[in-house]
Each structure stands twice: as structure tokens, then as C-alpha cells.
Design a protein around this ligand. Structure first.
Ligand code: 5GP
Length: 209
């Protein structure tokens, strides 16, 4: 499968607690030509979340029905909840000539890499500055009890072992800095692609002449 050269599928993965949600929100705010791929999930909605904005919250049955109808590019199970990225998001982004941002885990990233052309994907793995900092952030967030925090921490450490599968690995010490770096990489890659397109056009002209 391939999408238009200038619209990239941008994947951002990181263990929970590395500051990914804040980072994605800031990136969406700072870049114009990008939209978020809103996933479906069977997990319960958190207090600050909005259905249709953060996720489409559905029952497990509905999720499985959609999955059977090939509604998703990829699905994954995390902490006993199901998550999936719908194909329709790619279609819409392509139509609007926008980059599409996936806030998904390494399992989903792997599946997207298998389905799409390498040149259409820019994948980033965001690391926390240290394990101590990661634990601090998980505790500070205060969303989970100690047992859950430890579960998330060991899950995060396992997740971090997959960083090598990504083209770009960034350490998130300061969210503004990290976002600027991501933005620069996206813009730089676009420049290369558009230069190639231009070059191809010029070459074609010369050859046809
Ligand atoms: P949370 O429940 O904290 O929002 O997300 C848990 C994990 O699931 C995060 O690592 C998040 O990136 C990942 N995730 C969210 N949506 C999807 C999705 O559609 N597919 C996959 N593979 N992972 C997802």
C-alpha cells in the first residue's frame, strides 16, 4: 500500500509516563498540516477524556465486530483493553493532504510498517530521561495505585526494549524541545521528498527531450 509521497504516516510510541500525550497535543497545535488518528478502544473513558476526541470508546463486542469487518489497519491489546486504528483515518488524511499522527504502541507500529511503504512512514520512539524519572511521572500522575504503577513500570521497561525498531529515538527532557525536533524532522523529510519529486520531473523532461 502506498499513500501520496508528501503525506506521511507519523507514528509516535513511548511507554506511558514518558509524556507522550502532552507531546502529541503540542505537536498537533504547532503543525498545521497534521491530524490525529483517533483510535477505537474498549477501555473505560477517563474523567478528562472526550469520546470522539481522545478515542472512540466502544464495548468489547462492538470492537470485535468492527475488527471482523476489517475496519482496522491494526489492533493491539494493552492492559486487557483493545485498541485499534481505523482505515478511514488514512483515507481522510490522504484526501485532506495531511500528515496523520498515530499515538500507538510498538505492536501497532510494527503492523503499520508491514502494510505501508517505508517512505510513507516516519516513526519516533520517545524515551523518558531515566527510569527514576519515569516512575516519578507515573506516581505524580496519580491515576493508578501502587500495584498498577509497578505494573505499568515493568510494562514500560519491556516496551522500551523495542526502541531500535524506530527510525528516530528521542529523549524527552523538555517537551517543547522534543516537539520542535519532531517538527524539524518531518519538515526536513518533506523537503527531501519534494526535492526528489522535482528532480524526477526535471529528469523526465530531460529524458523525453
Ligand atoms: P492509554 O490507555 O493510556 O490511552 O493507552 C495505552 C497504550 O495504548 C499507549 O501506549 C497507546 O499509545 C496505545 N494505543 C492507543 N491507541 C492505540 C491503537 O489504536 N493501536 C495500538 N496498537 N496502540 C494504541
Amino acid at each position: 500500500m502506498t499513500i501520496e509521497a508528501l503525506n506521511k504516516l507519523i507514528i509516535i510510541s513511548s511507554p506511558s509516563g514518558a509524556g507522550k500525550t502532552t507531546l502529541c497535543k503540542l505537536l498537533l497545535k504547532k503543525m498545521k498540516n497534521i491530524s490525529l488518528s483517533i483510535s477505537y478502544t474498549s477501555r473505560n473513558k477517563r474523567l478528562n477524556e472526550i469520546n470522539g476526541k481522545d478515542y472512540y470508546f466502544v464495548t468489547e463486542k462492538k470492537f470485535k465486530d468492527l475488527k471482523n469487518k476489517d475496519y482496522f489497519i491494526e489492533t493491539a491489546k494493552n492492559f486487557n483493553n483493545l485498541y485499534g486504528s481505523p482505515f478511514s483515518n488514512v483515507k481522510i488524511a490522504k484526501k485532506n493532504k495531511e500528515h496523520l499522527l498515530f499515538d500507538i504502541d510498538w505492536k501497532g507500529a510494527r503492523k503499520i510498517r508491514k502494510k505501508y511503504n517505508k517512505n510513507d512512514i516516519l516513526d519516533f520512539f520517545i524515551l523518558p530521561p531515566s527510569k527514576t524519572e519515569l516512575k516519578k511521572r507515573l506516581v505524580k500522575r496519580g491515576r493508578d495505585n501502587l500495584k498498577d504503577i509497578n505494573l505499568r513500570l515493568s510494562y514500560a521497561i519491556n516496551e522500551m526494549s523495542h526502541y531500535k525498531e524506530y527510525k528516530y529515538v528521542l529523549i524527552n527532557e523538555n517537551v517543547h524541545k522534543t516537539v520542535n525536533e519532531i517538527k524539524k524532522i518531518i519538515e526536513y523529510n518533506n523537503l527531501i521528498t519534494s526535492n526528489n519529486l522535482l528532480l524526477n520531473k526535471k529528469l523526465k523532461k530531460i529524458i523525453n527531450f
